[in-house]
Design a protein around this ligand. Structure first.
Ligand SMILES: [Fe+2]
Ligand SMILES: [Fe+2]
Length: 206
């Protein structure tokens, strides 16, 4: 997997502290996106709680406003090329459900977890809220949303193995893989970096 310049330029906007980050940071960050199994939360030690929140919020906006429309554009191209059939219907149904689910996931996080962090950053802290928000998040935070992208790819290939040679499908599957990996790192940052930074921040400020 090779990350395009387009991708690298887009994700740079997630970093509030970009001027403090050395090239070596990006080298490792991109490596983690290429292979999420190498995720190492230590890479984000230089981030403040505010930086992590900024990164995560920007990513949410990006998923819905950049990556989703890109996927839609390719799906429209496919529909034009091969018409309406079982394959395109399966793909379209999946995408509608998928982005509904992704928006719900994002809305919930913004409303509950990120809102709590924003309050901390504005010096508002209620201990009972911390217990509720963090327990609830840790118990319910799901990573299924990433893996769905790989299972739909399998389902489509099962329906018609020839699509592996269709350049539009190849482009679509590359985008699925990229989004899958990116979302995986995003979820790990929420689980392992954000939560840790929240505890540290509370310890230091309240
Ligand atoms: Fe998120
Ligand atoms: Fe999440």
């Amino acid at each position: 997997m090779i990350l395009s310049d387009d991708y690298k330029n887009i994700v740079k906007l997630r970093f509030n502290n970009i001027n403090e980050l050395p090239d070596s940071f990006f080298k490792e960050y991109y490596q983690q996106i290429i292979n999420p199994n190498t995720f190492n939360n230590g890479l984000f030690n230089v981030f403040s709680l505010k930086d992590v929140l900024y990164y995560l919020q920007k990513s949410h906006v990006e998923y819905l406003n950049v990556w989703y429309p890109k996927i839609e554009t390719i799906t429209n191209k496919i529909q034009k090329q091969i018409g309406v059939n079982e394959l395109t219907l399966t793909l379209n149904t999946f995408l509608v459900n998928y982005f509904n689910e992704l928006s719900n996931h994002i809305n919930f996080e913004e409303k509950v977890l990120y809102n709590f962090v924003n309050k901390l950053l504005n010096n508002i802290y209620v201990e009972s809220e911390k217990v509720f928000v963090l327990n609830h998040f840790l118990e319910t935070h799901s990573h299924a949303i990433e893996d769905d992208l790989l299972s739909i790819q399998k389902r489509l290939i099962n329906l018609n193995p020839d699509i592996k040679n269709n350049s539009n499908f190849v482009e679509l599957f590359n985008l699925f893989k990229l989004l899958h990996n990116d979302l995986k790192i995003h979820g790990l940052i929420e689980d392992e970096v954000l939560i840790d930074k929240i505890y540290q921040y509370i310890d230091n400020h309240f």
